[in-house]
Design a protein around this ligand. Structure first.
Ligand code: SF4
Length: 240
């Protein structure tokens, strides 16, 4: 990596609120105003020490324009729920209702997610409600026409997701849909192949399942049943 590329990368991370990156030392550290890099290797996505959801939200800012998804959004949808939760649900991105209200999973898919969490928990004797978990998305702004976020958008905004996950440090993450699975596991495998089994993001267990909006389609009854199975596994793993 050239010094110019390093500088560009450092500025990118500085923009995300990451001021210092510590790697293996080299003889001449590269300094960028407010940021230091001490190794020539690729920069990992590290959360700053003592990172908090509040700081991450402040770093995003009220008018983030780091990717093209800013162009059509109304509100940035950061995430909601218990900030110390042992379980985080990750979806793809805000839809129209979420964009209007500024909160994740408040439309029809969100209502289904709430029902799934609360009904499964009740049936399994686990005393949790939706506000006990944390819910967020890979991208914080609504993609136009609800299209799938593009790789560069996922990469740019995904850094905030990674910081959220590092700040919360849940016992498990439930990745809903292929975009969340791709962002966390870096895989191109479809949900059908990935679901129902444990994977890992860093040292945190990840369960992949279908996105609730997929389950709303009437011909997806089997997927719905499989999602309930996945959710049962997650809830027992986290709360037993
Ligand atoms: S999707 Fe993320 S990176 Fe892109 S503009 Fe919105 S908050 Fe910023």
């Amino acid at each position: 990596m050239t010094r110019d590329e390093l500088r560009t990368n450092l500025n990118f991370y500085k923009d995300l609120g990451i001021d210092e990156i510590y790697l293996r030392p080299i003889s001449s550290p590269v300094r960028v105003e407010g940021a230091t890099l001490t190794a020539p290797t690729a920069i990992p996505s590290l959360a700053p020490e003592g990172d908090t959801l509040l700081k991450i939200r402040q770093d995003i800012g009220d008018d983030c324009r780091r990717c093209r998804l800013c162009e059509a959004r109304s509100k940035i949808v950061f995430g909601s729920g218990n900030e110390q939760s042992s379980l985080v649900f990750v979806g793809e991105g805000p839809g129209a209702d979420e964009d209007a209200q500024g909160f994740p999973f408040v439309g029809r898919a969100g209502q289904l997610l709430t029902q799934m969490i609360e009904n499964t928990a009740t049936k399994e004797g686990i005393p949790i409600r939706r506000p006990d978990v944390y819910i967020c998305n890979v991208v914080k702004c609504r993609p136009p026409e609800n299209r799938t976020p593009q790789p560069d958008e996922m990469e740019i905004c995904g850094q905030f997701l990674f910081r959220q996950l590092m700040a919360i440090r849940p016992k498990a993450i439930c990745a809903m849909g292929s975009t969340a699975a791709k962002a966390l596991l870096g895989t191109k495998e479809g949900v059908t192949k990935l679901r129902g089994k444990w994977h890992k993001w860093r040292d945190i267990q990840v369960m992949v399942t279908y996105h609730p909006s997929y389950l709303l389609r009437p011909y997806n009854q089997e997927a719905k049943r499989e999602s309930w199975e996945d959710l049962k596994k997650v809830l027992h793993f986290v709360y037993d």
